[in-house]
Design a protein around this ligand. Sequence first.
Ligand SMILES: Cc1cc2nc3c(=O)[nH]c(=O)nc-3n(C[C@H](O)[C@H](O)[C@H](O)COP(=O)(O)OP(=O)(O)OC[C@H]3O[C@@H](n4cnc5c(N)ncnc54)[C@H](O)[C@@H]3O)c2cc1C
Length: 496
Amino acid sequence: MIRMPEPDQQVLARRGEIIAALRRIVPGEGVVENENELRAFECDGLTAYRQLPMIAVLPSTTAQVAEVLRYCKANNIRIVPRGAGTSLSGGAMPLADGILLGMGKFKKILEIDLPNRCAVVQPGVTNLGISQAVRGQGLYYAPDPSSQIACTIGGNVAENSGGVHCLKYGLTTNNVIGVEIVTLDGEIIRLGGKHFDGPGYDLLGALVGSEGMLGVVTEVTVRLLPIPPTARALMIGFPSVESAGDCVAAVIAAGIIPGGMEIMDKLATEAAEAFVHAGYPLDVAALLIVELDGCAAEVDHLVAAVEHIATQHQAVSCRASTSEEERLLFWAGRKAAFPAVGRISPDYYCMDGTIPRKRIAEVLRRMTEMEQTYGLRVANVFHAGDGNLHPLILYDANRPGELQRAEDFGADILRLCVEVGGVLTGEHGVGVEKRDLMPTMFNETDLAQQQALKCAFDDAGLLNPGKVFPQLCRCAELGRMHIHGGKLPFPELERF
Ligand SMILES: Cc1cc2nc3c(=O)[nH]c(=O)nc-3n(C[C@H](O)[C@H](O)[C@H](O)COP(=O)(O)OP(=O)(O)OC[C@H]3O[C@@H](n4cnc5c(N)ncnc54)[C@H](O)[C@@H]3O)c2cc1C
């Protein structure tokens, strides 16, 4: 079970006074205090965990955000920023004594700057909304999480989100070139701008992926790319997940970087086919979808090259899209794979870990062994090109103990990812979900360095506390935390 910081009773006792103060800063309907209305914010995409926030605040200007943060700091109140609440790692999970800072009203596209091939947008604009706004100019925003219809660019920045096209075009961190943030002191600062590689420390690099712990993003400048003139997708069936994994490694080894390269195992393929009827073959153990984009001659050449590699890796079926409708249909099942799996199991737990590509086959085999140990099934859907796994562990929350078993299984999968040279997360962030696994990957010095950075922005530990870091480590304790002979210092201190 995930533990969160104990609510501060002194803060809770002042709730009425805090509401009144916040109403002065954000008038009208900007402060939500009623229990029924607060329910809308009680969880994010990690739906197994729920917590009503003390209050929700919905500012609509940067000045209001700054004033709210200044007030919170002066009054020792915790803050959880929130975009669309689709985080799968519990990053936007509220705190009982905290305010939920909803950024949903920041949904303006401020500028489309064609000469500089970028757009300046507010953080509540959806990921897909950016591409839709510039489609007429033949441009798009490349990172495309499957949740792109709902998730916000502010949430994408905080989680360093990825998607199918990130293999070729990079993650959020490679496509966001500037942000405006408000610090806990209420200071409004700009990092980066309309050009790459500004002077000074790479604070933009630190901010992207910081999970709402360093500041509140109030404006984002994103890079826009030209829509490739041609894109074709290949749908390739394999007799084993291993052969599909080996084919992925061979494509990359041949110097081909597809626009996207995704694997679904048998269970995920069957679920997706039953849901969207994309024409997926049901007699294969793994389905690989490869997209190749560029000018038409180049794409035709690459399609032939990938077909050849697939044949060398025991492919049993291979279809190349011949029209845009067909290409989209090939992707429809993959894009809808999560909800499709939701139709075949009362609950599922979506994991996110990354491994070196050449270990894909081995990791999938060991995961199959773990299915026996835990008595739970796994549907695998993943960004194979960049080794980013999304095992979906099927369970039934109504059966006593099954959620715990699913979580233990998930933790073992992530430990396996680290063991084979990978990392705990690919794109969903650490949040509360993987917080306690951080020591699997980072040693005490690593974590202290990360916390030192956090303290430089937020020495009071008020911005999104209880997330990412495995234990309470106040800034004042930094450098004094030594574990000797396996004995934890200050064992009487509460850690979460
Ligand atoms: C069905 C489904 C499919 C998904 N597919 C993908 C995928 O393919 N790839 C992928 O990467 N993710 C995916 N996700 C996860 C999720 O959509 C992303 O993590 C997304 O970036 C979260 O955006 P959000 O607006 O919902 O943020 P929220 O969930 O509201 O918040 C996420 C984090 O960002 C912080 N935050 C939000 N806004 C701000 C702000 N303005 N300033 C500072 N911090 C902020 C929050 O505190 C929290 O820590 C998926 C989720 C679902 C439900």
